[in-house]
Design a protein around this ligand. Structure first.
Ligand code: PEP
Ligand code: MG
Length: 756
């Protein structure tokens, strides 16, 4: 008999037991009888976790008195060992195994051979299914396969309370109960408490036993087809480009996706009577167990690929395709994910999203900028996150200190609440600063503006008391749309922003798409083969070639600003002519509107982002063309250090306070003196206290920062004496201290400047 036939025989009979009116223990007793009979086994026993111990719940062949009496700890005896390691044991002589423990009440001394498989739920053992024989013999693969398939079905039945009662089932679910502290990198400051929600929720398998094997087979065929299409399409996507490491990764993916062995094993599991979902899960479980036995890091990595594909297949077959954003998000969500794109994050309802914890992430990745704009704290670079934090865990997120506690103890919650309250008090102080103009101690007015990009951001302007919007990232509208926003839609947004801003200035930056801001609807056709998107076809480079895009935006902006002042800023200007070309598009639209006697903006001021180092070398040529210049430190520093801003491995490597960056910024600041060009900084650097202090010391008088930082930075400004600071900065740049950050912190503390 094949393994599938043996398993099918067991499953068919299990079906009958499940349909019977027996009580839970009665069903379990029947189940062990059936398995023993079908596998021609002298003993069949089921152990389940109760209060952390593996307890004999039912047996065929051992002493009945041992049921609910024999108990062993996880890791103790053969059953405890296989549960702890989530592994299969197949022993001709059980007593010869070093972990064997004799339990006299079971009467098992006469049985020599032993085979046991874990009953797995959410990758951990909740019990064990074991068979024993008098004769010393190893079990055939067919028998082990049949046992494993049966164990999987038992796991579903047990955890769905169909074989044991509800209270027992609750005790079974192997939740980590103890608190666990995880550490990572502060990406967006803030505190939050709430419930862990996986960005990609776990897939629930409602039905394990197939009603109609042929139907299940067809479902899995179709799912394979779709999955293979998706993998083939991945090759065309912008982020993969041509050549290099990505191709290898893709090749491995493809190899797995088309692996005949994988699909055959799934089909065999269906033959055994499982549904398509259960069959995929069964094969995934088996692979996991096998991989665990092989201690090879390279193979472990490949295992991730296979898991990923397996999950993809499972999502397709079960139709559970969405992310947590589209599945009724709870009101206190702490989002758990490997990584996210900015558009994915924007799908979440910001009122329900309290915090984000990522396995990857870096300070200037756009997803982090979006989170900052949303006012959502983010902890990143947390290793093994999804192994520690389970869905539904209560989590205290302290991004300020770069850590989080899952399942915290009561005292920890109380201490956290106290800090939370303090931080709210602090927010209240910032709120009081709303109407206060930020003058330094020496009497210089610093402009503290805010960055924005979404309609909802507009309300922050009055709330935080910023001097205006120094960077309005118009591409956010493009990111949240399913299709390219037409001119009319752009016009409405810009007009509403200007209405809300009243007489405060708003600097509209023309679209900066590309890089890590990929648009799904432009992706495949337009951004193909951009191997290095951050340095590739993005921002103004796209806009100048797709002139229609820039023309539409120019017209929308000019019309929206009719009768008022318009500030237009071009991103990623690398050479002066690019600025001229972009401005010419605006001039063309202006002339068009003038011919049609439309109301025009009262004044138009054009400026540029300085984020490509090359531009800094030609400021003598460039400054006469612009009325303002804003330094995008996010991109500028990634180009200065040749360090991808979105690469998590480089997230902690370079410091904004490095002499190289500070000296570079000082050169720009000095070059603009007396030029009549307004200079500011709009990168994330300006929103952090110590970095902002450095910028003030370098001569910058305008910062455009994330709204939540406006209060703290205004407070900082009021504590600074620029004369002292500039002098100190001169010293630091002339002879850089070994640790600039430490030196500046010490100086600030010594001068009574609060950096918290
Ligand atoms: C920058 O690069 O610093 C910047 C402000 O622009 P963005 O982060 O949108 O690229
Ligand atoms: Mg930029």
């Amino acid at each position: 008999m094949s393994a599938a036939a043996a398993a099918r025989q067991i499953l068919t009979r299990l079906h009958e037991v499940m349909a019977s009116r027996l009580h839970a223990q009665g069903k379990l007793d029947q189940v062990v009888d059936i398995i023993a009979e079908c596998l021609d086994s002298e003993v069949c026993s089921i152990y389940l976790l109760r209060e952390g111990m593996l307890e004999l719940f039912a047996t065929h062949g051992l002493n009945a008195e041992a049921v609910h009496v024999t108990r062993m700890a996880v890791g103790e005896g053969l059953v405890g060992t296989l549960a702890e390691n989530v592994e299969t044991l197949n022993l001709a002589e059980a007593k010869a195994h070093p972990d064997f423990q004799y339990r006299p009440e079971t009467g098992e001394e006469k049985f020599h051979s032993f085979a046991g498989v874990p009953i797995v739920y959410r990758e951990r053992a909740v019990g064990a299914l074991c068979v024993q024989h008098v004769d010393p013999r190893r079990y055939e693969d067919i028998e082990i396969e049949a046992l494993q398939t049966t164990a999987m079905v038992l796991s579903e039945l047990i955890t769905n309370n169909e074989l044991i009662d509800e209270e027992e089932a609750r005790g079974l679910v192997p939740v980590d109960t103890g608190p666990a502290t995880i550490t990572g990198l502060q990406l967006v400051k803030g505190l939050a408490s709430g419930t862990a929600v996986y960005h990609q929720p776990r897939i629930t398998i409602d039905q394990v036993m197939a009603e109609d094997i042929e139907v299940e087979r067809q479902r899995v065929y179709r799912a394979f087809d779709r999955m293979r299409d998706q993998i083939d399409n991945l090759a065309d996507r912008a982020e993969f480009g041509v050549g290099g490491e990505h191709e290898e990764v893709l090749a491995t993916y493809k190899m797995f996706a088309y692996d005949e062995g994988w699909s055959r094993r799934i089909n065999e599991a269906i033959d055994a009577g499982l549904t398509a979902e259960a069959a995929i899960e069964r094969v995934q479980q088996r692979t996991r167990m096998r991989m665990r036995e092989i201690d090879d890091p390279l193979l472990q990595d490949r295992m991730h690929d296979l898991e990923d594909l397996s999950n993809r297949l499972l999502r397709i077959v079960s139709g559970q395709l969405g992310t947590a954003a589209t599945q009724g998000l709870r009101g206190d969500a702490i989002l758990i994910a490997k990584n996210l794109g900015p558009a994915e994050l924007l799908e979440y309802d910001r009122r329900r999203l309290k915090g984000v914890i990522l396995e990857e992430g870096s300070l200037t990745a756009h997803v982090v900028i979006v989170a900052r704009a949303m006012g959502v704290p983010v902890l990143g670079r947390v290793r093994g996150l999804r192994g520690v934090v389970q869905e539904g865990d209560f989590v205290l997120l302290d991004a300020d200190n770069g850590n989080a506690v899952a399942r915290p103890a009561q005292q920890v919650i109380e201490a956290f609440d106290t800090r939370f309250a303090k931080s709210r008090e602090r927010q209240a102080i910032y709120a009081e600063l709303r109407a206060v103009e930020p003058f330094t101690r020496c009497g210089t007015r610093i402009e503290v503006m805010m960055n924005a990009g979404l309609r909802d951001d507009i309300s922050s302007l009055a709330l935080v008391g910023a001097d205006g919007i120094g960077l309005f990232r118009t591409e956010f509208q493009f990111l949240v749309s399913a299709t390219l926003p037409q001119r009319e839609r752009q016009f409405r947004l810009y007009r509403d922003v200007l209405d809300a801003a009243g007489d405060k200035p708003v600097v509209f930056r023309t679209v900066d798409i590309g890089g890590d801001k990929a648009l799904p609807y432009l992706r495949e056709t337009e951004f193909e083969h951009d191997e290095n998107p951050a340095m590739g076809w993005r921002a103004l480079r796209v806009a100048l070639e797709r002139e229609g895009l820039l023309k539409a935006q120019a017209r929308a902006l000019l019309e929206a600003a009719a009768g008022r002042s318009l500030y237009v800023m071009f991103p990623m200007v690398s050479e002066p002519w690019e600025f001229d070309a972009a401005k010419a598009v605006f001039d063309g639209q202006l002339a068009y509107l003038r011919r049609r006697k439309k109301l025009l903006p009262e004044a138009i001021r054009y400026g540029a982002m300085l984020e490509v180092p090359a531009l800094a070398e030609v400021l003598d040529l460039f400054l006469p063309r612009v009325s303002f210049l804003s330094i995008g430190t996010n991109d500028l520093t990634q180009f200065l250090f040749a360090a991808d801003r979105a690469n998590p491995k480089l997230a902690e490597r370079y410091d904004w306070l490095s002499p190289a960056i500070l000296r570079f910024l000082r050169r720009i600041s000095q070059a603009t003196v007396g030029s009549g060009v307004d200079l500011g900084v709009c990168g994330e650097m300006g929103g952090r206290r110590l970095e902002a202090l450095a910028l003030l010391g370098l001569g910058f008088r305008r910062l455009s920062i994330t709204p939540v930082s406006v209060g703290p930075i205004k407070e900082l400004v009021r504590q600074v004496d620029l004369r002292e600071l500039e002098k100190a900065m001169q010293g630091w740049l002339a002879t850089p201290p070994p640790d600039m950050r430490a030196a500046m912190t010490e100086w600030a503390v010594g001068h009574g400047i609060d950096l918290d």
